[in-house]
Design a binder for this molecule. Sequence first.
Ligand SMILES: C[S@@+](CC[C@H](N)C(=O)[O-])C[C@H]1O[C@@H](n2cnc3c(N)ncnc32)[C@H](O)[C@@H]1O
Length: 261
Amino acid sequence: MNYIEINKQAWNLKTKLHVNSAFYKQEEFLAGKNTLQPIELELLGDVSNKSILHLQCHFGQDTLSLARMGAQTTGVDFSEQAIQIARVVNNQLNLNSRFVCCNIYDLPEHLDGQFDIVFTSYGTIGWLDDLNKWAVTIKKFLKPGGKFIIVDFHPVVWMYSNDFSYVQYSYFLDEPIVEDNEGSYADRQASVNYQTVGFNHSLSELFQSLINQGLSIQHFNEYNYSPYNCFPDMEQIEENQFRLKPFGNKIPLVYSLVVQG
Ligand SMILES: C[S@@+](CC[C@H](N)C(=O)[O-])C[C@H]1O[C@@H](n2cnc3c(N)ncnc32)[C@H](O)[C@@H]1O
């Protein structure tokens, strides 16, 4: 099974949907809205004049938000549709971000250099089969002393069925999850159909992949809310904070991790 090709097709399709969705609010972004959430903004700190490599950047909103904050940014994604939109918007906004279109594992064939910060967020490692390979890429592109920052959905979330009605998968699942999907988290009613192949990763798998590269853990946190209303049946608790109605504050939805090169 060529899971990269299957997922790339899915993301090309979803990108076309997402850029026009109420969820991504592209008009507000174009008008100046910063799309980064408080969790990562705090961890990123002052990014002015810092070089940032943004992995799995989708169609560039966060990469370009970081550029607006004064960082020199490079975004990477394997979706041609996403990178095409990101490049057009970069020019439209007169920013100087660079965008690379490739599978994350192939990045060393497309990009040189090292960065002050490597960043990735919300819906990333679940598309990758091998975190050890991913961590090698991070280590390669991180300056000595540089920071890798990930904010993503907690692995506990991915144990549940899509409607969160039951625990469907083992926390320690090590087989791919092949799904036929309709709609998207950004527009559940959209009439798009596509297949995806996803991978669940435990926190120990995540931590060990980075430790194996000699990276040292600086920060780890878990949150009982998501900044995005991206799952079925969520309720808003505060600005930028959503919880699953059936679970309230009982389960973690998001984690943040910072490691140093
Ligand atoms: C959920 S999005 C990232 C979230 C981002 N914060 C956002 O919402 O704008 C996941 C992205 O990962 C990309 N992606 C998935 N697998 C990839 C791979 N193997 N190499 C590069 N990009 C990949 C997809 O194209 C998609 O743009």
